[in-house]
Design a protein around this ligand. Structure first.
Ligand SMILES: Nc1ncnc2c1ncn2[C@@H]1O[C@H](COP(=O)(O)OP(=O)(O)OP(=O)(O)O)[C@@H](O)[C@H]1O
Ligand SMILES: [Mg+2]
Length: 311
């Protein structure tokens, strides 16, 4: 299973469009694909795929990440019904849910930030997982980076993207060190959201982006068909299969499959420590709910007796 995060802390650069387009193109190739909507804005779920968010009472990614819910990942997943799927393939989605915004505050409290998402998905049964990240270098993006086999970075060919890419590169190094994982491969940059023919300014910025030494994949130029596909809740590969954007998504999917064949090293998800803060919080909450006289004693029993292992 290959996990690809679509990241860029810059807003509106085409992360969600690329996540949906690449995931749908992989499903069209007959791959079993899971798209995770990790952005609390929920645009992949609601705006691009026309799916409802998970109901408040239902199992959700937010609950799974904070261990308020510990069931199998299959219960978080909904199939997307209106996407062309190749034989043997699937296009499933973990939709957004209430509580995704609050999740950032809650995850920040955890002792070992970074591996929660990797743990939620580690036993999933897919060829590809594609994660649509929020426009921030926050705990959610860090979780996606920790879990990733590699990343796709959509970029607009302009000056601000160069600086954004430098910041992202620093953040990636920080996450690699903090969670102590192997280097995160860049599957590629995906230039997009520019008008054709490309201006001199955009061409110069694109040349500079080439200088990062990261593979530059197929471009996704501006096209109103992207908005039309989203308005119908259908990936552009199914809505307008002959467009330049749909063809590009297929080429990107092919590149992702090529990486998968080379079997890049998946991150080794560390075993959970004996004392897990998430479990501690959950159990404290439950102990309080019992409201009996022994509650205090229970809280004491739950406290860690060993010092934290140094990292
Ligand atoms: N190639 C394209 N042509 C025309 N419109 C596009 C194209 N790609 C994306 N868009 C539109 O541009 C807007 C921003 O794209 P998208 O939501 O994919 O960016 P994002 O990086 O995910 O944004 P955010 O940072 O808010 O999550 C959306 O309205 C989307 O429909
Ligand atoms: Mg987005």
């Amino acid at each position: 299973m290959q996990i690809t995060s679509v990241v860029n802390q810059k807003g509106g650069v085409g992360k969600t469009s690329l996540s949906v387009g690449a995931a749908a193109a992989l499903a069209e190739r007959g791959r079993r694909v899971l798209l995770i909507d990790l952005d609390p804005q929920g645009h992949a779920t609601t705006e691009m795929l026309g799916l409802p968010e998970a109901p408040p009472q239902a199992p959700s990614l937010a609950k799974a990440l904070t261990k308020m819910w510990k069931g199998p990942i299959e219960e978080l997943v909904v199939p997307h019904p209106r996407c062309n799927i190749g034989r043997g393939g699937a296009f499933d989605v973990i939709p957004t849910s209430p509580g995704m915004f609050d999740l950032i505050r809650r995850l920040d409290q955890f002792r070992v930030p970074g591996w929660q998402l990797a743990r939620v998905v580690q036993f999933a049964n897919y060829d590809h997982i594609v994660i649509d990240c929020p426009p921030a270098l926050d705990v959610l993006t860090n979780n996606a980076l920790a879990a990733s086999s590699g990343i796709l970075v959509p970029v607009q060919p302009d000056r601000t993207s160069i600086r954004a890419l430098r910041l992202l590169r620093d953040q990636i190094r920080f996450v690699e060190q903090t969670v102590n994982r192997a280097p995160i491969p860049y599957f590629g940059l995906v230039p997009g959201l520019y008008r054709r023919p490309m201006s001199h300014y955009a061409t110069a910025a694109l040349n500079e982006l080439h200088g990062f030494g990261i593979p530059v994949l197929s471009h996704i130029p501006l096209g109103v068909v992207m908005n039309e596909a989203a308005a119908h809740g259908v990936p552009v590969t199914s809505f307008a299969p002959e467009t330049i954007q749909a063809v590009s998504f297929r080429e990107i999917a092919q590149a992702l499959d090529t990486y998968a064949e080379q079997r890049p090293e998946s991150p080794v998800v560390p075993a959970e420590h004996e004392f897990v803060f998430e479990d501690f919080i959950t159990e404290v909450a439950e102990a309080r709910n019992t409201n009996d006289n022994g509650a205090r004693k229970k809280l004491y029993d739950l406290l860690p007796k060993r010092p934290r292992p140094s990292r």
